[in-house]
Design a protein around this ligand. Structure first.
Ligand SMILES: *[C@@H]1O[C@H](CO)[C@@H](O)[C@H](O)[C@H]1NC(C)=O
Ligand SMILES: *[C@@H]1O[C@H](CO)[C@@H](O)[C@H](O)[C@H]1NC(C)=O
Ligand SMILES: *[C@@H]1O[C@H](CO)[C@@H](O)[C@H](O)[C@H]1NC(C)=O
Ligand SMILES: *[C@@H]1O[C@H](CO)[C@@H](O)[C@H](O)[C@H]1NC(C)=O
Length: 433
């Protein structure tokens, strides 16, 4: 300052002391974050003792604040009320501008002008740029185009706010979250990542970072590239097809089950007829009991030998009755055998069907074993019946023996009676002891 003043003085001396003014803003560029306060300095030098002066700060062509000397009055332009002020020291040549709570609108070229009458020479004003910085807002990541094999798509990334305008950078990560080697064709300009001829390998995680001088912010998206056929429509069609196939399968299975059930019922109807044959076996037991009953009556007969003839006739009647029942029983057995052969026919028929219905085999085996059990039961009863018959025959033999003895006795008595008649003396002897 001293030097400059000296130089002006020298200049003044050299050129008959022509008054000149110098206004200076130290820096050409000032930066401030949005919402902060900023002071833009401005200084001036004049060679005269000014009686009056006007200092003006402007943004572009519009005044922001104006100061009048020596009345010491300040005009603040509308819109800057309370926000703009001067840090002023006229004697020291200081007229700094204070802006509070700057907004994006405060961006621009600011000028500081000092007007002094009769001192218009020199540099009466200076300018500086003010940049109000705005941190980038969280960007929005989007996919443009169809994420299908062979397509070209763009991944876009835009921050709504950011001053100065943010720059964008995309980074790709593969399925294993490893950084993706950039494809030579891929371009990353102005927040648009252009991917060409995408494939399954293009799928992965993509991160976009929006950055300016103040801060950075990021967004991300997961790209899953599908085969062209796998759009929503064809997916729905595939699901529909699968459902239709399932329905058809259910119907087929249901029909098969119905048919098998019918076959089963048809087969089951043939079996209970065998039980008639088994009933015949049970009747055989009844006949045997008739024989046993007869032998019991025989014992009564022995006790009362005088009524033996009547009883014997009765017994013989019962025996013939028993024989009738036995022949009846034999008829039923032959009937049963007929039914068995009938059943065997059905069995062979069933064997033919067996190949078709293997799953019914176990059930059939159960029924067969049941049938065998019944046959064994029947055999047991038959042997039981045979035992009783032999028992009955034994008793008959015994009875025959007794009859013989009885006949012998009778013959002997007849002989005696005959002899008695032949020899009346013996009668006399007896009558007259
Ligand atoms: C700006 O200035 C005002 C008053 O001068 C003060 O209250 C405020 O805290 C300042 N803001 C910042 C960010 O310094
Ligand atoms: C991708 O961006 C480029 C360049 O901005 C543009 O030419 C192209 O049409 C875009 N493609 C899609 C699918 O939006
Ligand atoms: C796209 O990529 C496939 C293999 O992924 C290749 O066969 C085909 O030629 C490519 N198409 C173009 C136009 O580059
Ligand atoms: C990806 O974006 C989601 C949603 O915006 C966010 O919650 C998540 O933290 C982001 N992941 C990374 C690694 O930035």
């Amino acid at each position: 300052m001293e030097k400059r003043t000296f130089a002006v003085v020298v200049f003044c001396v050299a050129w008959s002391c022509v008054a000149t003014i110098t206004v200076n803003i130290p820096n050409s560029l000032y930066k401030v974050a949005r919402g902060d306060n900023i002071t833009i300095p401005c200084s001036f030098i004049t060679t005269v003792q000014p009686k009056q002066a006007v200092i003006t700060w402007s943004l572009g062509l519009n005044a922001v604040i104006t100061y009048y000397y020596p009345v010491d009055e300040t005009d603040v332009t509308q819109g800057y009320d309370g926000r703009a002020s001067l840090d002023l020291n006229f004697a020291a040549g200081k007229a700094d501008l204070l802006l509070k709570a700057v907004t994006v609108k405060d961006n621009g070229k600011y000028g500081c002008r000092v007007q002094i009458p009769r001192d218009a020479q020199g540099q009466p004003d200076d300018t500086a740029d003010l940049i109000v910085l705005v941190a980038p807002s969280k960007p929005i990541c989007q996919i443009q185009g169809k994420a299908e094999y062979g397509q070209n798509i763009n991944l876009t990334c835009v921050s709504e706010e950011g001053s100065p305008a943010p720059t964008y950078k995309w980074a790709g990560y593969d399925a294993q979250n490893n950084p993706r080697a950039p494809d030579p064709k891929t371009t990353d300009k102005g927040g648009i990542l252009s991917l060409y001829n995408i494939s399954k390998d293009t799928s992965g995680y993509y991160l976009c970072t929006s950055t300016n001088e103040i801060r950075s912010a990021s967004c991300n998206l997961t790209l899953s590239v599908m085969p062209p056929s796998m759009n929503i429509g064809s997916t729905a069609a595939i699901i529909g097809g699968v459902v239709a196939v399932l329905v058809v399968l259910v119907i087929i299975i249901y029909c098969c089950c119905c048919r098998k059930k019918n076959e089963k019922e048809e087969y089951a109807m043939g079996v209970p007829e065998d039980e008639n044959g088994i009933e015949a076996v049970k009747n055989g037991e009844v006949h045997c009991e008739v024989g046993q009953e007869n032998s019991e009556r025989r014992e009564n007969h022995e006790e009362r030998s005088e009524r033996s003839y009547d009883n014997r006739k009765d017994y013989d009647d019962r025996r013939s009755d028993c024989n009738d029942r036995r022949s009846d029983y034999n008829d039923r057995r032959s009937d049963y055998n007929d039914r068995r052969s009938d059943y065997d026919d059905r069995r062979s028929d069933y064997d033919d069907r067996r190949s078709d219905y293997d799953d019914r085999r176990s059930e059939y085996s159960d029924r067969r074993s049941d049938y065998n059990d019944r046959r064994r039961d029947y055999d047991d009863r038959r042997s039981d019946y045979d035992d009783r018959r032999s028992d009955y025959d034994d008793r008959r033999n015994k009875y025959g023996d007794r009859r013989e003895r009885y006949d012998d006795d009778r013959r002997y008595e007849d002989e005696r009676r005959y002899n008695d008649r032949k020899d009346p003396r013996s009668d006399d002897k007896r009558d007259k002891p």
